[in-house]
Design a protein around this ligand. Structure first.
Ligand code: UD1
Ligand code: CA
Length: 462
């Protein structure tokens, strides 16, 4: 087996993005473009990766720490110059072949990379360019073939004549090289062109002039070459990827009757017969069972949901929801929340760092924070677990089948026993034993005839 590495070019500023960040940090479905490229290389079995950084290099270095080696290109003198910055890395490591990837082409996929490598190795080429035939080749380097149909050069848009501009087979920017040949070719490219840049693409004509074997592998997936230079193009890529993921889920049995505003991360696992409604955003790390209804307008992040649950207008992050739960509308689940089976959380309920047992009902206007709530508990309207005293957070414990009256404040740390009740409007500061009723409010006084005696008349408004 050959030992291979990848060099990802990511030094460009991406002027047309108008951003303070490196262009490759622009996000495609919540993930920077560079991460998509890195994932494709990793998935193709390439573990050794060197990223060439330049504009705002430290942002990329931090982002990639531990995942890729980085080298800096201090001046942006072209793609050939960018690869030269990796020469030391290539020389000092034992590699047979080198894959060059553009950091701003996030649709490059592992199949295309692997197929191109097989093509490269089978034909003993020194260089294999991944090409594609696309409808509008404007802006791309064109794949030029001689009268025998043999690949002989890449001509950049700026240098192309009228006939060359008509060629619709283009350079994806991704290419395989034999390592030794790459290092030799790099030393021979010049900046004699209209832009005064060192073009990596010039390596093709140099290799051909030296009678070296080069080839172009045409990607089956033409989308693999698409890149984004502007945020308009980035939005187009987002749309393509978004629909690709939604289509895959639908074909696997997930219903998405209207895809408006539905954005789902590629890593989401969703079982059949679940329905996703408009405005639902499912970010990384979510697993959703079967027969659920998620949405409308629900945002999930690192959250798991069991089977048969309904989440209507829910925002959840790092939470777990059981089976047959009914959440919403307007429910917020914050990190470390575990919601049991058949739990109901209704409008304007927030749960944080708490467990809520099976069959518990928290129907309206309630905050459950830092609490362990048992099974079959009923919360009246407007209950607050008072978990913060200004200095420390404390926990509340509520036993099975307890009944928490409306507008109860549970001042943590406090424990309400199994089957215990709290009277509406109570501010509970002491533990309530099992089966007890706690009334923690002053008794009502009613003063008969007080208005007639005191005459606190107000001007009549109607
Ligand atoms: C490049 C190719 C073109 C190909 C196209 C595919 C060259 C000369 N042209 O053109 O044939 O069709 O990609 O998308 O190679 N970069 C650096 N340092 C530099 C210049 C660029 O790191 O000095 C990086 C950029 O960040 C980017 C990648 O190299 O990720 C490609 O550079 P870009 O300027 O976008 O090249 P294109 O004009 O798109
Ligand atoms: Ca580009």
């Amino acid at each position: 087996m050959s030992k291979n590495c990848a060099v990802i070019l990511a030094g460009g500023e991406g002027t047309r993005m108008h951003s303070q960040k490196p262009k490759v940090m622009a996000e495609l479905l919540f993930k920077p473009m560079i991460d998509h490229v890195l994932a494709a290389a990793n998935k193709a079995g390439i573990a050794d990766i060197c990223v060439v950084t330049g504009y705002q290099a430290s942002i990329l270095e931090q982002h990639l720490a531990g995942r890729a080696h980085t080298v800096r290109q201090n001046e942006r003198l072209g793609t050939g110059h960018a690869v030269m910055q990796a020469a030391e890395y290539l020389r000092t490591n034992d590699f047979d072949n080198v894959l060059i990837l553009n950091g701003d082409a996030p649709f490059m996929d592992s199949e295309t990379i692997s197929e191109a490598l097989a093509y490269h190795l089978n034909r003993s080429f020194v260089q294999t360019v991944i090409s594609a035939r696309i409808e509008d080749p404007y802006g791309y380097g064109r794949i030029v073939r001689d009268f025998n149909g043999d690949f002989c050069a890449i001509v950049e848009e700026a240098s192309a004549d009228k006939e060359t501009k008509k060629i619709n087979e283009i350079n994806s920017g991704a290419m395989w090289f034999k390592k030794d040949a790459l290092l030799e070719l790099l030393s021979k490219i010049t900046n004699n062109n209209s832009k005064g840049e060192y073009y990596l693409t010039d390596t093709v004509s140099i290799a051909v002039s030296e009678k070296k074997r080069v080839g172009a592998y045409t990607a089956k997936n033409a989308d693999a070459v698409l890149g984004a230079n502007t945020r308009v193009q980035l939005a187009e890529l987002n749309e393509r990827l978004r629909h690709k993921i939604l289509n895959r889920l639908m074909l696997a049995g997930v219903s998405i009757p209207c895809t408006d505003g539905v954005i789902i991360d590629d890593d989401a696992e969703i079982s059949a017969d679940t329905v996703i409604l408009p405005g639902t955003i499912i970010k990384t790390g979510c697993v959703i069972g079967a027969n659920c209804t998620i949405g409308p307008n629900t945002v999930l992040y690192k959250t798991t949901v069991g089977n048969g649950s309904t989440l209507n207008q829910v925002q959840a992050e790092q939470a777990a929801v059981g089976d047959n739960a009914n959440l919403g509308p307007f429910v917020h689940l914050r990190p470390n929340t575990v919601i049991g089976n058949a739990v109901h959380c209704g409008n304007f309920v927030e749960v944080k760092n708490s467990t809520v047992g099976d069959h518990t009902s928290v129907s309206h206007l309630t905050y459950v924070g830092d609490s362990d709530v048992g099974k079959g508990v009923n919360f009246g309207c407007g209950v607050v677990t008072v978990n913060f005293n200004g200095k420390t957070k404390n926990r509340c414990v509520i036993g099975d089948d307890a009944f928490i009256g409306c507008n109860t404040n549970l001042i943590a740390p406090v424990k309400v026993g199994d089957r215990a009740y709290t009277a509406a409007g109570s501010t509970v500061t002491e533990d309530v034993p099992d089966d007890a009723l706690a009334i923690a409010r002053s008794r009502q006084t009613t003063k008969a005839g007080w208005v007639i005696k005191r005459k606190p008349y107000r001007e009549k408004k109607y």
